[in-house]
Design a protein around this ligand. Structure first.
Ligand code: BEZ
Ligand code: FE
Length: 294
């Protein structure tokens, strides 16, 4: 077939992609072509605009490295990451809600004892983080692995200082005790802008948006037989809770920082006033995969 024009090109491409041997690939390609062509028909781009779009995506790709993932930022800032997350986490009642992983997670963070200070010597208000891990439909999950990471009081993660000789801080893994409880010391995190010195930052700016995320602590919690929970706990009162640049805030994940006076706590003498962030997590049972018919 030939002589394609704006009236018949979509059908022609759709017909061609039906050759894909995989049914899933056929479905994905069909939807991609349908939506891409509808997008082009709607905006009727000039050649200059289409080239600018291609240049933009090229720059997004070129900026990706082991320490910077501009494509994830693009997905996050367009709400695509949260949509994929929502579709994949239709959780049972009582399970803790999920949110984006973000680009600052590091695998195999140091394993620390319960009660450890994961930000020793760092400037900031002392923060005790404490909570429990249990099954959404049942009791505590002893031994659950609680992986945490967060920003400093200026809004930077440790990884953002690695190139300048910075070390691991404000991140660790803990093993919940026999009652599913965990607790550790750190400093109060702050709101921060996502990396916005690249094409995604320029896009956000052109869209009239700010690049900020409200203050939060990230959690990834794993226990055998349960879906690994990826979420944050946000600090109540943060000015960016209703305009998070990656659309990650849910009411159920917001907690007030309780202020407490200096006193012995969890076996440690703390001689300054401190804040407490408490959250009880509930994990959903693992999804049983259906066998694919031959
Ligand atoms: C974060 O919370 O670490 C994050 C999430 C999405 C984009 C950038 C940062
Ligand atoms: Fe974060």
């Amino acid at each position: 077939m030939r002589n394609f024009d704006e009236n018949n090109i979509t059908e022609a491409v759709l017909e061609r992609v039906q050759l894909a041997p995989s049914a899933r690939m056929r479905d994905i390609s069909t939807a991609l072509v349908r939506h891409l062509h509808a997008f082009i028909r709607e905006i009727e781009p000039t050649f200059e605009e289409w080239e600018a779009g291609i240049r933009f995506l090229t720059e997004v790709g070129k900026l990706c490295s082991d320490t910077r993932q501009e494509f994830i930022l693009l997905s996050d800032t367009l709400g695509a990451s949260m949509l994929v997350d929502a579709i994949n986490h239709r959780l049972p009642k009582g399970a803790t809600e999920t949110t984006v992983l973000g680009p600052f997670y590091v695998e195999n963070a140091p394993v620390r004892e319960l009660g450890a200070d994961i930000s020793p010597g760092m400037a900031g208000e002392p923060l005790l983080v404490e909570g429990t891990v249990r099954a959404a439909d049942g009791g505590p999950l002893p031994g659950a692995i609680v992986d945490v990471w967060h920003s400093d009081r200026e809004g930077y993660y440790d990884v953002e200082h690695y190139d300048a000789g910075g070390e691991v801080a404000m991140r660790a893994r803990f093993k919940a005790d026999a009652d599913g409880r965990f607790w550790f010391w750190t400093i109060v995190p702050n709101f921060y802008p996502i990396p916005h010195d690249g094409p995604v930052g320029r896009m956000i700016h052109a869209q009239g948006r700010h690049p900020y995320r409200p203050a939060h602590v990230h959690f990834m919690i794993a226990a055998p037989g349960f879906q690994t929970l990826v979420t944050h706990v946000f600090v109540e009162g943060d000015k960016y809770l209703d305009s998070d640049v990656v659309f990650g805030v849910k009411d159920s994940l917001v907690r007030k920082l309780e202020r407490r006076s200096a006193a012995p706590v969890h076996g440690r003498r703390i001689d300054r006033d401190y804040a407490v962030l408490a959250y009880d997590f509930a994990l959903a049972p693992a999804v049983v995969k259906q066998a694919v018919p031959a």
